[in-house]
Write a protein that binds this ligand. Structure first.
Ligand code: PLP
Ligand code: CA
Length: 306
């Protein structure tokens, strides 16, 4: 199929591309749903892909839900889904700490209850979830009490993020043997109407700045998420299609791992963004140019209904 990159996926090409893969990886927010609303046609696309014998995976950088919570959300929105098809950063971070970091000890967690649950399911104890009480009148913050069993700091989305947590993370990370892991680096979470809120990337940057260290990042575009799936399901990269709405995370992940890539224009990135990367001539930016794009994944429906 000799087509140039960043091609609109339409007509017979859609079926050709679908026939060339056996697995489809969907980013979640901006591709199959926006917030709590499904993208129109997305449940039908997912369900028909499965009917056609394709394996489907849901790959999200959002660390605020467990696999079980995602499965429940997917089902509620009309997607046929099982827990083992979901790869979120709460789950993948726990796998990362267990398998890559070979962690023997506890985690100081800047994150959510969902992250705590995924860590515990993997047999990893955590401290730190929930608000860190502001110690009244404490002056010597550098001597804040620490748990000697903590051997890693994990940073994900945390609505209770605070100066005290930042300080505690710095104190743990001052020990060079303490491992440092972040769920993802998304700096902003876009909302309807052009609004946005700070993403986990802001919290992770704060901790990196304080600790003067770089975290190991689990989420897209790091290839770990794909490795995690590939090892469990024996995926052949060239037979996988990664569908995403962000060039710097989803499409970059797809390129790095050797997957086919499809940009859906229902989220963050635009075709103009992709063309700018393409025109730049910069080798690294070519990784952010998708093979194909569609206005919405609903556009692949006719190829599945035929
Ligand atoms: N992180 C958080 C906390 C989010 O709420 C979202 C989107 O809702 C994301 C990351 C990005 O998720 P995705 O990778 O599914 O686009
Ligand atoms: Ca997305």
């Amino acid at each position: 199929m000799a087509v140039s990159k960043c091609t609109r996926l339409s007509g017979p090409l859609t079926k050709q591309v679908l026939d060339s893969v056996d697995s489809v990886l969907f980013d979640c927010d901006g591709v199959i749903w926006r917030g709590d609303q499904p993208i129109p046609g997305a449940p039908e696309v997912v369900n028909l892909l499965k009917k056609a014998g394709k394996r489907v995976f849901f790959v999200t950088n959002n660390s605020t839900k467990t696999r079980k919570m995602y499965m429940e959300k997917l089902e509620k929105l009309g997607f046929e889904a099982s827990e083992d098809e979901v790869f979120g950063t709460a789950y993948c971070s726990a796998v990362y700490l267990k398998t890559v970091c070979n962690l023997q000890g506890k985690v100081y967690l800047i994150g959510s209850n969902a992250m705590r649950q995924e860590l515990e399911a993997m047999g990893i104890e955590q401290v730190g979830v929930g608000p860190d009480p502001v110690s009244g009148g404490q002056k010597d913050w550098a001597s804040v009490p620490l748990d000697p069993e903590v051997k890693a700091v994990l940073v994900g989305f945390d609505e209770h993020f605070s100066y005290m947590k930042l300080n505690r993370a710095l104190q743990y990370l001052s020990n060079s043997e303490c491992q440092f892991v972040g769920t993802n680096t998304d700096s902003r979470l876009p909302l309807e109407g052009g609004k946005a809120v700070p993403g986990t990337g802001c919290l992770l940057k704060a901790v990196e700045t304080a600790a003067q260290r770089h975290a190991q990042v689990v989420g897209k575009p790091s290839s770990f998420m794909f490795k995690c799936m590939a090892s469990k399901f024996k995926l052949e990269p060239s037979k996988c299609l990664m569908v995403g709405d962000r060039l710097d995370t989803d499409i970059m992940l797809g390129t790095t791992c050797g997957l086919k890539t499809l940009l859906a224009l229902t989220g963050v990135s635009t075709v103009a963004d992709a063309e700018e990367h393409q025109r730049s001539g910069c080798p690294k930016r070519q990784g952010m140019v998708p093979d194909y794009y569609v206005d919405s994944i609903a556009e692949i429906l006719p190829a599945l209904q035929a």
